[in-house]
Ligand binder design. Sequence first.
Ligand code: ADP
Length: 300
Amino acid sequence: KGPDPDLVTIVERMATVKHKILVLSGKGGVGKSTFSAQLSYSLAAMDFQVGLLDIDICGPSIPKMLGLEGQEIHQSNLGWSPVYVESNLGVMSIGFMLPNPDEAVIWRGPRKNGLIKQFLKDVYWGELDFLVIDAPPGTSDEHISIVQFLQATGIDGAIVVTTPQQVSLIDVRKEVSFCKKVGLKVLGVVENMSGLCQPLSVFRFMRTTETGEQKDMTEWILSYMKEKAPEMLDVVAYTEIFDSSAGGAGRMCSEMGIPFLGKVPLDPQLCKAAEEGRSCFSDDKCRVSASALKMIIDKL
Ligand code: ADP
């Protein structure tokens, strides 16, 4: 029996892609797609040629996070063309193929695997510096087939996104052991939604007077700051919200001997950027999360 012809095509397709990074998570809702989207924006802003491939078949959120809802894929004689956000940032997602975004995608394993294979085989990316692949959460059959295909093309490795809670970290251990079993390098773990980051403008500042009354001092404090130290109005308050005594993802990484890439805070501005389909790097209100993401990306 000769080599699998699909695999041969995938290897040929991927020959023009320098680096392939798989983004994984143990659970859904931890920010894997948000991270994949912002990683892609950031690499593109560094003038790399970037592709973002969304194979989270049951919950494709990448089109919305890149402001590409309702776009369609075009076919050329070279294959399916990605949808471009910028000339150096192309996106491909199952979301572009679904007629109704509210409809649930209920597909069984073989059909999902077939589509993933088709994505790897038929998309014409051209020359890319980076292909960021947003995978479904967990460790399923699809993961095994994705990894097998990508390994044949020389994948760099996986980044695992988690939140600091123990329940999420337990699943990360599983994800890391999956990577070890299938021989996929773990590039590192990102702890997302780590602490809460808020601008001062969202707070009410209260004072209890001698008579026990609660007095709202917000206006007074803000106008005082505006007059005396206007730069203080740009200060953001950072709060730890999860119990950090167990050490979070950082400690888990050192125990498991894998790189810890860093923490991204829970940031309303980052959430807003994702909802509106923008890069958080272009939003100066999102400075804390953007600089955290930047540090992570520099470590890759
Ligand atoms: P996953 O891909 O792991 O299922 P998503 O990336 O879709 O998770 O994120 C789930 C929700 O949480 C989205 O609405 C996203 O905007 C929000 N979110 C993710 N990370 C952050 C963060 N660091 N700060 C604020 N909101 C976030």
